[in-house]
Design a protein around this ligand. Structure first.
Ligand SMILES: Nc1ncnc2c1ncn2[C@@H]1O[C@H](COP(=O)(O)OP(=O)(O)OP(=O)(O)O)[C@@H](O)[C@H]1O
Length: 211
């Protein structure tokens, strides 16, 4: 469970997101809002990669401010437009993330094979297309034993064959580990092979469950 308390995020003294208290229980959530509403800001705050006022608490134990390393070990984030050091190969990045996330040996094999990435994962990321980069960032977001996976605009640049594969990873993560998985999009969820998907709306500088 994720608890957000007295949260406020401003850019240049301009408040873009304010939340008094908000709870996210295990499951899959579609985070929806128009362009500029604050979806990426919300996910980056949950991921612990942007500063904010207030606190975020995971499973009643880990607070993002006080136990930031332990928190970030089990909260994984895939950026909307991932940027990686160009000289590194995909597999080198995977090794780096596996170390940071305490991932089991060969955990990546399943993801690389199912997303048909084995032919290029040894190449420097400078040679990747935007879709190939997106797939790599999605693999990285599943490494370790994440309690929470945050995917910012995961559908952008992903080809139609890859979408059901991503959804199968998400469904499996939810079943096995009772994880919290947030996917952001400005589009309405169109259905698919995912189990129950609930919606979080980002609008009017705040967030709310849309039930
Ligand atoms: N680094 C920044 N500096 C200043 N303002 C920012 C910065 N990042 C975001 N903003 C502002 O914060 C607001 C929310 O931006 P955010 O990127 O979170 O929206 P979003 O819902 O993800 O948008 P989109 O759907 O277009 O990706 C916008 O008004 C944006 O201009």
């Amino acid at each position: 469970m994720l608890q957000i308390e007295n949260f406020r995020k401003s850019y240049n003294y301009h408040v873009v997101l304010q939340v008094d208290t908000f709870t996210i229980s295990p499951g899959i959530f579609w985070v929806r809002g128009s362009n500029g509403s604050g979806k990426s800001t919300f996910l980056k705050a949950l991921a612990g990669i942007t500063s904010f006022e207030g606190d975020i608490i995971l499973n009643g134990q880990l607070t993002i401010k006080k136990q930031s390393v332990a928190y970030r070990r089990i909260v994984n984030f895939a950026e909307a437009e991932p940027i990686f050091p160009e000289f590194l190969t995909g597999i080198e990045l995977i090794q780096l993330f596996k170390t940071a996330k305490n991932a089991p040996n060969h955990q990546e094999d399943f993801y690389l094979e199912s997303m048909n990435m084995t032919s290029y994962v040894d190449q420097p990321v400078s040679t990747y297309s935007s879709g190939m980069l997106k797939k790599l960032s999605l693999v990285l977001a599943f490494l370790g034993q994440p309690t929470c996976i945050l995917l910012d605009e995961p559908l952008t640049t992903l080809d139609v064959e890859s979408l059901p594969i991503l959804y199968s990873w998400i469904a499996s993560q939810c079943h096995q580990q009772g994880a919290i998985i947030l996917l952001s999009s400005h589009q309405v969820f169109e259905g698919g092979i995912l189990p129950t998907v609930r919606e979080i709306l980002v609008e009017h500088t705040t967030i709310r469950h849309n039930s």
